[in-house]
Write a protein that binds this ligand. Structure first.
Ligand code: SF4
Length: 414
C-alpha cells in the first residue's frame, strides 16, 4: 500500500518533448471556484496571439494535445476557430471547461471543428448556481449529465477533474465509484489537491529580493490552518476502497526527491466491473510506442488502444496479469460477459505546488501544464505571479523571513 517510485514508470516527458501544451485563451470565467489560480486581468486573448502561441507550442513543445484553458474557454467568442486551428496544425484540441455553457449544439460545432475531447472540472467548492452545499456524490448527477451529452455525440474523450480539499478528501471514492459505474461514458477522473498560501503568516519575496504582499494572487487566504491533502494520501483513500487500483507512472518534484506530484494510471473494466490496472511496463510500452510511431508522448491514456490487446502484455506486467486473471474468472462465472466491451479508464492524482523551507515551491518535475508567457515556457499554475509581480515569488515567514512548511499555491483547471 506504500508507493515506491521503483515500482512506477517515471514519465519521460521534458520541457521540449511533452504530450501537453497549455494554451490560455481567456482569463474570464463565470464561476468562482475556491481553488482557482487565475485572476481576471486581461480578458479574451486575440485570435492572432493565440495562433502564435499554438505555433510556438508546435515548435518548442512537441505536444500530442493542446489543453485549451482559461478562465472559461467556452466563453471565448472565437472558440471554434481556435479548435479548428489547433486541429489543422496536427495537434489534438482538448477543452478544459466548467461546462456551464456546454450545449448539444455547441458540442456538435466543436466536434465539427476538430475537437478531440473535454476535461470537465466539477467539484463541490465551485459555488455553482443551484449546487452549493451539495456533496461530491450529489455532484455526480451533474457529471453524469455532461458525460451523457458528450457520449451522445460519439467519439469525444471526456475526463472529469475535481479539486480535493481537506474537507472533501474522504469523498474521493464516491467520484471514483461513479466513474467506474459509468465506464462506458467516462474516460477518466483526475484529483487535484488544493493548496493556498496563508498571507497572515507569509510574505512574498519578488525576483528583486523585495518583500511584497502576496494577497493579490487568487491562491491565497487570509489565514489557513487545515492540513493539506497529499497525492499519496489520495492514492491510499482510493486504494482502500478499490483494491485493484494502482497507478502506473509518476512525475516527481523539482525540489524534493520523495514527492509524487503526478500519479497516473488506468484501469481495465467493463460495464459489469473493473478487473484491474495497467502497470509500469504497459505504461512504458504505451509512452515509448506512441513516441516511436506517432512522434509524441501520450497524455490521454484512455486512447492507448484496444483494452483487450493490453492483455498481451500480461507476461511482462504483473498488474495486467492480475487484471487478466480477474477477467477470466469473471467470464467463467458469467460466460455472457465474454462479449461485454472492455474499456480503459484513467485515474490521475496531481499534488499542487508546495512551498519548501527554502521558500521555493516544489513544482511538478517536467511540468506538463506549461504555458507561454512573454515568449517563454512557464508553469501555468503560477502565471499570475508573472502577471502581477513580474516573476515567481519565493515565500518567507512574515517578520522572520522563514517559511511555513504547509503553504503552497493551488491548481485548478477549467
Ligand atoms: S502547472 Fe503547476 S500543478 Fe500543473 S503540472 Fe505544472 S507545476 Fe504541476
Amino acid at each position: 500500500m506504500t508507493l515506491e517510485k521503483r515500482e512506477l514508470y517515471r514519465f519521460p516527458w521534458s520541457k521540449n518533448d511533452n504530450p501537453i501544451a497549455w494554451l490560455e485563451i481567456t482569463d474570464i470565467c463565470d464561476l468562482h471556484c475556491e481553488g482557482c489560480y487565475r485572476q481576471k486581468l486581461a480578458g479574451h486573448k486575440p485570435l492572432d496571439e493565440i495562433k502564435d502561441e499554438v505555433r510556438f507550442f508546435k515548435r518548442w513543445r512537441n505536444p500530442d494535445n493542446v489543453s485549451i484553458a482559461g478562465g472559461e474557454p467556452l466563453l471565448h467568442p472565437e472558440i471554434l476557430d481556435i479548435v479548428a486551428f489547433i486541429a489543422e496544425q496536427g495537434m489534438k484540441p482538448i477543452v478544459l471547461t466548467n461546462a456551464e455553457n456546454l450545449t448539444p449544439s455547441l458540442l456538435r460545432d466543436l466536434k465539427k471543428a476538430g475537437l478531440s475531447g473535454f476535461t470537465i472540472h466539477i467539484d463541490s467548492h465551485q459555488h455553482r448556481p443551484g449546487w452549493t452545499g451539495r456533496s461530491e456524490a450529489e455532484h455526480n448527477e451533474l457529471r453524469g449529465r455532461y458525460a451523457d451529452m458528450i457520449a451522445a455525440e460519439k467519439g469525444l474523450l471526456v475526463i472529469f477533474n475535481s479539486t480535493v480539499y481537506p474537507s472533501t478528501h474522504h469523498e474521493v471514492p464516491d467520484v471514483v465509484r461513479w466513474a467506474q459505474e459509468n465506464v462506458r461514458t467516462v474516460d477518466g477522473v483526475v484529483f487535484i489537491t488544493y493548496r493556498t498560501l496563508d498571507t497572515e503568516a507569509s510574505v512574498g519575496i519578488d525576483t528583486h529580493g523585495r518583500e511584497v504582499e502576496a494577497d493579490r494572487l487568487s491562491y491565497t487566504s487570509e489565514s489557513y490552518d487545515e492540513v493539506f491533502v497529499t497525492g499519496p494520501e489520495v492514492y491510499r483513500i482510493i486504494k482502500d476502497e478499490f483494491s485493484t487500483y494502482e497507478p502506473a507512472g509518476y512525475l516527481g518534484g523539482t525540489e524534493r526527491h520523495d514527492s509524487y506530484k503526478w500519479l497516473a494510471g488506468a484501469m481495465i473494466g467493463s460495464k459489469h466491473r473493473m478487473y484491474g490496472s495497467i502497470g509500469k511496463k504497459t505504461m512504458e510500452v504505451a509512452q515509448a510506442g506512441h513516441h516511436l510511431f506517432c512522434g509524441t508522448y501520450l497524455a490521454y491514456l484512455a486512447r492507448m488502444g484496444a483494452p483487450s490487446l493490453l492483455f498481451l502484455l500480461a507476461p511482462w506486467d504483473r498488474a495486467v496479469r492480475r487484471a487478466l486473471r480477474n477477467r477470466l474468472s469473471d467470464i467463467l462465472r458469467h460466460p455472457t460477459r465474454l462479449f461485454s466491451r472492455l474499456r480503459l479508464q484513467t485515474v490521475g492524482i496531481i499534488q499542487a505546488p508546495d512551498i519548501q523551507p527554502n521558500g521555493r515551491a516544489d513544482m511538478c518535475d517536467s511540468c506538463p501544464d506549461m504555458t507561454v508567457w512573454n515568449g517563454t515556457l512557464i508553469n501555468s499554475c503560477r502565471m499570475d505571479e508573472y502577471r502581477l509581480y513580474g516573476g515567481l515569488l519565493s515565500m518567507a515567514e512574515r517578520n522572520a523571513m522563514q517559511v511555513p512548511a504547509h503553504s503552497g499555491s493551488t491548481h485548478e483547471r477549467g
